[in-house]
Design a protein around this ligand. Structure first.
Ligand code: G6P
Length: 367
């Protein structure tokens, strides 16, 4: 075929390494430095339509659902519109109330996932407006939506989504920025985020340049039968996505938890056999996060901490992985990149078929 893994051992690794370039494609022509906003012609919504949005509901499955949670956080933070994500596979089964002033957003790499497609149809059947964040042009979900944002990540072959997920996050950032700037987000904040988005592709490249340092820790994690991924607020969907990726291709039990909930249950499982991958960005929760790391360390739980160079972990025994800082709202995507590499190298160490994990399909097109 015209699209082959080439010199890479797998499509997943090829797609991971493409991200500095593929991430530029979703931003191209959509950023407005002068007014600190985004232009999303495909949305087919004018300023009045955008201002009429009172709530945002994001619908997707698997990784698209987890990145939807990151997107909801971006929209709520930047546009101050209540937003949440829901598994599209559950949505229509609870006879959801569809509101005219809610913007529904379907997110899908393939644009063919049946659960997401049926969720879109449910929204539209009940008179709601649904836009798409879709990678594959002309796919079923893209056609079913009222408009949307194409992700331009290029073809993604590996079942575990990497470059498409990154572009989903960036698509949400653009949407949040545009919604924000039609409301109270200041031009200064808008410009700060536009500049942050422009810096991101090079920062992704920086994270990828550190790949060699992650290989050994990935091999250690591969030996564990069970592991935790933890994060708080912006970091929690990152933890969910990290656990998802790890379990999909390594077949290890990986569970995501809010760091704050550790003491309300999972701490009982922490021992030298159960490693934890913790997201600890430099933000308003850093000190609290470090407090939780102490709790894990005190029980000899092995720790891998994805963090920023400025964060001082003090006495905590941990293998740390530093990522570059962007604007705090955009940091989640940089924290996600090392988790792709950890999952990849763990699965490779175990000798698994990385691109086609057992029991899974790239897109699930039957119910
Ligand atoms: C399948 C894949 C997942 C993917 C999900 C959603 O379950 O195994 O990796 O995240 O579908 O796919 P979509 O194409 O809708 O993003």
């Amino acid at each position: 075929s015209a699209y082959e893994a080439g010199e890479h051992e797998s499509f997943m690794r090829k797609e991971i390494l493409e991200q500095p370039t593929s991430s530029q494609a979703v931003l191209r022509g959509r950023l407005d430095e002068r007014f600190g906003t985004a232009h999303l012609g495909g949305l087919d919504m004018d300023a009045r339509d955008l201002r009429a949005v009172r709530r945002v509901k994001i619908l997707g499955c698997g990784s698209a659902y987890y990145v939807g949670q990151m997107g909801a956080a971006l929209i709520e933070e930047l546009a101050r519109i209540p937003a949440d994500a829901e598994a599209a596979s559950e949505f229509r089964y609870r006879d959801p109330v569809i509101e005219p002033d809610t913007l529904y957003v379907a997110v899908s790499q393939s644009g063919e996932t049946i659960d997401t497609l049926l969720a879109v149809q449910e929204v539209r059947r009940k008179g709601g407006r649904c836009v798409g964040l879709v990678n594959v042009v002309g796919s079923a979900i893209a056609r079913e939506c009222d408009g949307g944002i194409y992700l331009h990540a290029g073809p993604e072959v590996a079942v575990a989504s990497t470059k498409a997920l990154t572009n989903m996050f960036l698509g949400f950032a653009l949407l949040a920025l545009q919604l924000g700037r039609t409301r109270d987000l200041s031009i200064a904040d808008g410009k700060r985020l536009v500049a942050g988005l422009e810096r991101l592709p090079a920062q992704i490249e920086e994270v990828l340049a550190g790949e060699a340092d992650l290989v050994e820790v990935a091999h250690q994690l591969a030996e564990a039968r069970s592991l935790f991924f933890i994060g708080r607020v912006r970091g929690f969907p990152v933890a969910r996505e990290g656990a998802q990726k790890f379990k999909e291709i390594s077949y290890r039990h990986a569970e995501a938890y809010q760091t704050s909930e550790l003491k309300h249950g999972p701490l009982a499982l922490i021992d030298p056999e159960v490693p934890t991958v913790a997201l600890v960005p430099r933000d308003e929760l850093t000190e609290r996060n470090i407090g939780a790391l102490h709790e894990i360390d005190a029980r000899q739980g092995p720790l891998v901490v994805i963090t920023h160079a400025e964060v001082d972990l003090g006495e905590v025994r941990a293998r740390r992985i530093d990522v570059p800082r962007n604007e705090p709202e955009l940091d989640p995507i940089l924290l996600t990149i090392p988790l792709q590499l950890l999952a990849y190298h763990a699965a490779q160490h175990l000798g698994h078929d990385i691109d086609k994990p057992r029991n899974l399909a790239k897109s699930v097109t039957v119910e």
